[in-house]
Design a protein around this ligand. Structure first.
Ligand code: GMT
Length: 373
């Protein structure tokens, strides 16, 4: 098949998932065309059947807001026509689904039919999409998609609750390549982070408000009183200065490292003992799934799709949003002795295996095939 994939090229989960999907499809022999404004972060390999088409948005003094959606739709038309694509799979509804609708209509005039599949990822529905400014266009373009998928049951239900959707939304869970995240820890790296064998707690995100990054610091502050431990922050974003300030005011700067945006996630996750994700909402929590694949138990909030991947008492624990005291107790329970931690680690890894790339990618292929027949 010749598949067009449209996504955000940034570190966000939707772009990561879309890129990993494209790479997996290419490995299975499909021709994959990424259409986006920058090379996707995880598109770190050269493969002859992967193509990358950059969307250029010409500026003009009249434009306070350069029309990205128009440039994207035009690039879609160009790539679909000139590469004879079979279908277009867009990740994150805004503005990808509406640009795809425009491209589809333009191509219809030229007698080219292009099925559009829209995958909903989370904030396109729960945060941004719901905003009155965007809602009518989001509703329309989701309804006009030939197929709609959501990354969890929770997101599917949220979408029906928030928008007037007339079509079936299929759930195809996010996935992880478990074999890729089964790295042995690099000793020197582990020693640099935890020189005296301390336990390593990890948080990976884009540091947006809804990630509740200060809660990570507060949980860690309680934990390190009982368990010799270090906290490693990966990623960057608007809440990072507040988190750094909180570390300073609690006097725990020596125990906390902020390493910023990183691409070698396999090696970083390999040295971690426990993953913290106290978000206000997660449609799925791909970062948590990748951590589980690397054998890390997860202490998270009991929101959204996290309830579909984290099994309390087995792969980690869950608590209410903002309940820092409970999360700290749960971390201590998980880390309290080596045998308990080992059991949690194994259970986390076997739960991640259910979401392995080899189980999920064929579901997308089956979905695509429906439109080729
Ligand atoms: O979490 C973010 O801020 C990034 C966002 C995105 O769109 O890239 O992530 C969303 O999609 C991921 C991949 O499907 C999910 O794992 C995240 O849970 C989801 N984020 C939220 O729902 C807040």
């Amino acid at each position: 098949m010749k598949i067009g994939i449209v996504c955000y090229p940034t570190f966000g989960g939707s772009g990561v998932l879309a890129t990993e999907l494209g790479k997996a499809l290419a490995q299975k022999g499909h021709q994959v065309h990424f259409i986006t404004y920058r090379e996707p972060v995880r598109l770190d390999v050269y493969v002859p059947n992967i193509f990358y088409h950059e969307v250029h948005v010409p500026t003009y003094p009249l434009f306070d807001y350069p029309p990205y959606e128009t440039a994207l739709a035009s690039t879609m038309v160009d790539v679909i026509k000139n590469n004879d694509l079979d279908l277009l799979h867009v990740h994150y509804a805004i503005p990808h689904a509406s640009a795809a609708y425009m491209a589809k209509k333009i191509l219809e005039k030229e007698n080219k039919k292009i099925p559009v599949i829209t995958t909903l990822h989370g904030t396109d529905i729960t945060l941004v999409g719901r905003d009155k400014t965007y809602a009518p266009v989001v509703t329309f373009s989701i309804n006009e998609s030939d197929a709609i998928t959501a990354v969890s049951e929770d997101l599917r239900n949220e979408t029906y609750r928030s928008f007037n959707i007339e079509k079936n939304i299929e759930v195809i869970y996010n996935f992880v390549d478990v074999s890729r995240f089964s790295r042995k820890p690099i000793d020197a790296f582990k020693k640099a982070m935890a020189p005296n064998g301390e336990k390593i707690l990890l948080h990976v995100s884009n540091f947006r408000r809804l990630k509740r990054v200060p809660d990570v610091v507060k949980v860690f502050y309680e934990v390190q009183k009982t368990i010799p431990s270090k906290l490693l922050f990966v990623g960057d974003g608007p809440e990072r200065p507040a988190a750094e300030e909180l570390c300073r005011s609690l006097g725990i700067c020596d125990e906390v490292r902020f390493v910023g945006k990183q691409e070698q996630m396999e090696d970083i996750l390999a040295i971690g003992d426990l993953f913290l994700l106290p978000s206000e909402y997660e449609s799925f929590g791909l970062a948590a799934l990748e951590a589980m694949a690397a054998g890390m138990p997860v202490v998270s909030t009991n929101v959204g799709g996290l309830k579909e991947i984290n099994i309390p008492g087995e792969t980690g624990f869950m608590a209410d949003v903002g309940d820092v005291a409970t999360m700290a107790r749960q971390v201590i329970t998980t880390l309290k002795d080596d045998d308990t931690l080992k059991a949690f680690k194994m259970q986390a890894k076997s739960q991640a295996a259910k979401f392995d790339i080899h189980n999920i990618v064929p579901l997308y292929e089956k979905l695509y095939e429906r439109f080729l027949r």
